[in-house]
Design a protein around this ligand. Structure first.
Ligand code: ADP
Ligand code: GN1
Ligand code: MG
Length: 362
């Protein structure tokens, strides 16, 4: 879709929320890789997050919205019971003028509106160890709030989302097809993955052996999926709830480590800058255990370092698959972006392998 077409659809979709308008502006916002996110500002100055849900990634956006309504409702109940600020503690979906959770435009795209959580900001890097501990506690608490949520009522928005052996198979299929002839360029990365063919099965094996429980998890625990209070820099709200579904606690732990305990950015091209920061690892582990409030089993705690390595390797494999397939999944800002992201993840995996014992000790 061209920029002009997207703009036209955005205008059409905004008209479905006309009671909130007119809108003075609606510009791109944030650093997400999946949805098209805009900040809509009404004439009266009220702000909204307006998103076109990525329909390729989420085949059933209606089910995604049903999940979000159920999960945010459950969390609101918990926060109210704790005497907290329910409006600020979770996402608030704003219905269309017709009372629906989304608007489907004339070409079939799905749009949704959230209340803008004011006086907050999102971070791509932790500004202190304390901030990372707080982030961990918030994700841990989020999991705790959902520990009594009936998982059987949730749709699975992306099937096998964190099933690493399936991700491995997807990569092998992409290599076989090689639609753009990019495989020759990434032989080293492919060899890196193949050398870890057994490792990718470790969490699924633990699950089959009954050691690893399924819980309702967030599944996309990047630091920038938490909004922090502008003044106190304490977490206010866990956002990006599109992938909430049954999963492993150690993967929620691991994905945060992958993104936030890297000494470099996710797409750093100078690989000498990439490593696991053990102080950040410890800070996150402390906060996560506190946030989970004793709910994790001993086996889950023991598997936390594996979760970190697994999510980093899996994410690298996903970036590599997307690069080979022609960059159809993750939003990119330069031609080799997915390959750069992949190389950075694999460099981090290699460093985690060296630091395995220290991670276990922590
Ligand atoms: P994606 O799935 O593409 O990552 P997100 O739902 O995470 O999309 O939104 C992208 C960014 O928009 C977030 O990182 C955050 O900066 C901002 N954002 C999302 N929801 C809100 C909200 N309710 N209030 C303020 N900012 C938000
Ligand atoms: C995507 O939506 P966003 O940018 O928070 C992706 C995650 C990846 C992440 C890598 C639905 O997260 O799984 O770990 O990019 N989300 C989806 O940065 O695929
Ligand atoms: Mg996000």
């Amino acid at each position: 879709m061209t920029r002009e077409e997207l703009c036209a659809k955005k205008r059409e979709a905004l008209a479905a929320y006309s009671r909130l308008g007119p809108f003075n502006s609606c510009e791109r916002y944030g650093n997400g890789h999946i949805n098209d996110t805009f900040l809509a500002v009404s004439e009266s100055g009220k702000r909204y997050i307006f998103q076109r849900i990525n329909h390729t990634v989420f085949p059933r956006p209606d089910q995604v919205m049903e999940n979000i309504a159920a999960v945010t409702g459950h969390i609101r109940g918990k926060v109210e019971a704790e005497g907290g600020d329910a409006e600020r503690s979770t996402l608030v979906v704003i219905p269309t003028d017709l009372g629906k959770r989304f608007y489907q435009d004339s070409i079939g795209s799905y749009w949704r509106m959230y209340a803008f959580t004011e006086r907050t900001k999102a971070f791509d890097r932790a500004e202190s160890l304390q901030m990372f501990t707080d982030c961990a506690e918030a994700f841990g608490r989020f999991q705790g709030w959902l520990s009594d949520f009936d998982a059987t009522t949730l749709f699975e928005p992306i099937v096998n989302f964190h099933n690493t052996p399936v991700r491995y198979e997807n990569l092998m299929r992409a290599i076989e097809k090689d639609p753009l002839g990019r495989v020759a360029e990434v032989e080293k990365e492919i060899a890196f993955v193949r050398a870890r063919a057994d490792f990718v099965k470790s969490l699924e094996n633990a699950r089959k052996q009954g050691v690893l429980p399924l819980r309702v998890t967030h599944n996309d625990t990047k630091l920038n999926n938490i909004l922090f209070d502008e003044k106190t820099e304490k977490p206010v709200c866990v956002i990006d709830l599109d992938t909430v579904m049954p999963g492993y606690s150690v993967n929620d732990f691991g994905d945060s480590i992958r993104f936030g305990a890297n000494t470099a950015a996710e797409d750093e091209t100078d690989l000498s800058k990439v490593s696991l920061d053990l102080a950040l690892y410890r800070a996150y582990a402390d906060g996560f255990l506190k946030g989970c409030d004793g709910k994790l089993t001993d086996a889950e705690v023991a598997l936390m370092p594996i979760g970190a390595r697994m999510m980093t390797l899996e994410c690298g494999m996903r970036f590599l698959t997307d690069y080979i397939e022609g960059d159809t999944y993750f939003r990119i800002a330069r031609p080799s972006h997915n390959l750069d992201r992949c190389r950075c993840q694999f460099a981090l995996v290699a460093d985690m392998e060296k630091k395995e014992n220290q991670m276990k000790l922590i």
